[in-house]
Design a protein around this ligand. Structure first.
Ligand SMILES: Cc1ncc(C[n+]2csc(CCOP(=O)(O)OP(=O)(O)O)c2C)c(N)n1
Ligand SMILES: [Mg+2]
Length: 278
């Protein structure tokens, strides 16, 4: 992967991370009063996928789950409308009625989640089957376990749909690790349904490696990642959790540091302006 592309991905990740840091701040100071599901730590998945789609000039249908701020922002969702959504305003991307877990945007073809874990599996497959448009379905490692997701995988395989299932595998269902819940993995499940299935890290290079086949055949990528903050809200479970963002920033050096500083300033300003409008 060339450095410019890596930096482009980093830019999106920086946008997402700095946004989430302000969300955490505003949860702590009680400016945000509804539940939030922060995607800090997992942002390189959306940042990489959206950069690849941009390069391929593909605007996919997007079916996010509850932890979806980064999905929305990386795929070009309007940041002001997301701030307003989290503040419960009518000017929000989901008219202030969806909140953090149900981010919806016609502008970027993102369909808000209804709260039933994994429901976006069959709904997204149905939408892809009906339209044959490139489609990405984001699932958590726990949502992927729902029986109706498995049926949807089978149909996507049988109909050879242009679909990408992304399992954002943070090894947690709220606080329950995968090893407590199951003795199988999603890559094997996908392959048993004759889907292209892989188990990889949230390293942009690993994601890009599979991108030649994106939307050419149905594929499932189980992407191992880390949640920095609590399931909901602003607490931290473990300060030693691996942070892909910090890792990439260090590896990319000065250019990345400057990009990140600029995003920090700009996003702080945006939040301040929106909060003053209250
Ligand atoms: C069918 C269903 N069962 C349980 C819940 C309660 N619930 C909400 S989120 C969640 C954990 C989700 O874990 P995962 O899919 O791995 O996503 P993550 O939060 O880790 O991003 C649970 C159990 C729900 N919303 N829907
Ligand atoms: Mg999880």
């Amino acid at each position: 992967m060339n450095k410019n592309f890596r930096l482009e991905i980093f830019k999106k990740a920086s946008l997402c991370r700095n946004f989430e840091e302000r969300v955490i701040e505003n949860v702590n100071n009680k400016k945000i009063t509804t539940p939030v599901y922060v995607s800090a730590g997992q942002e390189f998945i959306a940042a990489t996928l959206s950069s690849i789609c941009k390069k391929k000039k593909i605007k996919p249908l997007i079916f996010g789950q509850h932890r979806c701020h980064s999905t929305y922002l990386a795929f070009g969702g309007n940041i002001i409308k997301l701030i307003d959504e989290l503040l419960g305003r009518e000017s929000g991307c989901t008219k202030g009625k969806g909140g953090s877990a149900s981010i919806h945007s016609k502008d970027i073809n993102m369909f808000g989640h209804d709260g039933l874990m994994g429901s976006n599996g069959p709904i997204g497959v149905g939408a892809c089957f009906a339209t044959k448009k490139p489609t990405i379905i984001f699932l958590g490692d726990a949502a992927a376990e729902e029986d109706y997701v498995l049926g949807a995988l089978g149909w996507a395989s049988h109909k050879k749909l242009p679909i990408l299932f992304i399992v954002e595998d943070n090894d947690l269902s709220i606080l329950t690790k995968k090893s407590v819940r199951r003795n199988w993995n999603m890559k094997d499940v996908a392959r048993s349904f004759k889907l292209e299935g892989h188990d990889i890290k949230d390293d942009p290079k690993e994601i890009e490696k599979h991108s030649n086949l994106f939307f050419k055949k149905p594929m499932l990528l189980n992407i191992n990642t880390n949640r920095i903050y609590w399931h909901a809200g602003s607490g931290i479970d473990n300060k030693k959790t691996f942070d892909r963002f910090r890792n990439e920033k260090t590896k990319l050096g000065n250019q990345a540091i400057k990009i990140d500083e600029q995003y920090k300033i700009n996003i702080k300003k945006l939040w301040k302006l929106q909060l003053e409008k209250q």
